[in-house]
Design a protein around this ligand. Structure first.
Ligand code: NAP
Ligand code: F7E
Length: 330
């Protein structure tokens, strides 16, 4: 049987890794692209000439119906979202429309086109739904049964997406699986996220192109893994016999200070403090203090394993940015 995947958010970090993996697995891959002149289109088309791009926005139900009809997907990966937590505080209504109601729009597009029984759907849920507060923080890490307490408009919108996905599974018998993914990073991470912001700055400092890096809070802890490992887990969820929810995480947590230490050490700098300035502009009205996930279920049921360590991730990202920034240093 021919395998066809429709990926929303294909121009994002995970979309890049997933497109690579699906093409390798023999899928015909369709990607949703938005905007009348999306500047990422040219670069994406050059990197992935085999991917068929379809126009559409998650807030436009008719466009989603067209995209589903045109691609007739056996698998649909809903990765599209406003995904930046800080930005979601400044644009809460837009975040609700895209990250929350967009999930409903995509599920409806599958259902009203008569594909409820034939298209398997992956919903990109997130550890931000847990909130990282003391009262609901299990020692062994958050798992599929932990309490939710989202701490941002992004987390709240994602929780709506998570529950509407579960509701379509229960109401219409649709194969909809939610991956509750903890932070995952890599060479395609957007520069607005803290890990990439640090590795780009470290590379530029090493090459004499920049002196300082301006950050917000440094104490929060995250369970950081490598995006390439996590998209493999998304695919495994849709190959499983039953739709279900799965946490993907490393089971380790590190502070931003730990990330700074590792990234600066990679270029031979022992003390990062002289290079870092803190600015409240990068702090959030409510912070998620600590995230730690427990991937036991995904490991046991799906056979998922993460292959890249925290140290390997930091090193990979710094080396990637050193190579990219070296062009500007010449
Ligand atoms: P990302 O790099 O920010 O990519 C987001 C994608 O969504 C981009 O392709 C973006 O398109 C698209 N998008 C934004 N608004 C849209 C709209 N109105 N209609 C259609 N598409 C829209 O995010 P990511 O890191 O790859 O994450 C993928 C998904 O997993 C997201 O849903 C994110 O919330 C979730 N997630 C991520 C993590 C993580 O640590 N990375 C963890 C848990 C869950 P443009 O390129 O045109 O802007
Ligand atoms: O922040 C702190 C910030 O923006 C991490 C998204 O993929 O993962 C991601 O959300 C931490 C926070 O990621 C800066 O306050 C300090 O404590 O890299 P981030 P995030 O908020 O954890 C989850 C799982 C998702 O689902 C999201 O889509 O770093 N921080 N200084 C900073 N953060 C940023 N961005 N920039 C700073 O200058």
């Amino acid at each position: 049987m021919s395998k066809r995947a429709l990926v929303t958010g294909i121009t994002g970090q995970d979309g890049h890794h997933l497109a690579e993996q699906l093409l390798k697995n023999g899928y015909t891959v369709y990607g949703l692209i938005r905007g009348q002149n999306n500047p990422k289109r040219t670069a994406f088309e050059a990197a992935f000439p085999a991917v068929r791009l379809l126009e559409g926005d998650l807030t436009d139900p008719a466009a989603l119906v067209r995209a589903v009809e045109d691609s007739d997907p056996t698998e649909l990966y809903n990765l599209g979202a406003i995904s930046h937590v800080g930005y979601s505080f400044k644009n809460p209504s837009l975040t609700a429309d895209v990250t929350g109601k967009g999930v409903l729009n995509i599920l409806e597009a599958v259902r009203v086109t008569g594909r409820a029984e034939t298209t398997r759907v992956y919903q990109a849920s997130t550890s931000e739904m847990f909130g990282g507060l003391d009262y609901n923080r299990p020692g062994s890490g958050y798992d599929e049964n932990s309490l939710f307490h989202p701490r941002s408009p992004y987390g709240v919108a994602k929780l709506y997406g998570h529950w509407i996905a579960r509701n379509y599974r229960e109401s219409y018998g649709m194969f909809v699986s939610c991956g509750i993914l903890f932070n995952h990073e890599g060479e395609h991470r957007g520069p607005e996220f803290v890990t990439r912001k640090i590795t780009q700055a470290v590379a530029r400092i090493k090459l004499g192109l920049q002196n300082k890096i301006v950050l917000g809070d440094l104490y929060p802890k995250r369970d950081w893994g490598y995006a390439g490992d996590y998209v493999r887990g998304m695919w495994q969820m849709l190959q499983h016999d039953e739709p279900d929810d799965f946490v993907l995480a490393t089971g380790e947590t590190h502070s931003i200070e730990d990330f700074l230490t590792g990234a600066f050490a990679e270029v031979g700098i022992d003390d990062w403090r002289p290079y870092v300035v803190q600015d409240p502009a990068f702090m959030r009205p409510a912070e998620v203090d600590i995230l730690l996930g427990n991937p036991e279920k995904a490991e046991r049921v799906l056979g998922w394993r993460r292959e890249t360590s925290f140290e390997g991730l930091v090193s990979l990202m710094v080396r990637n940015d050193l190579a990219l920034e070296a062009v500007h240093a010449r």
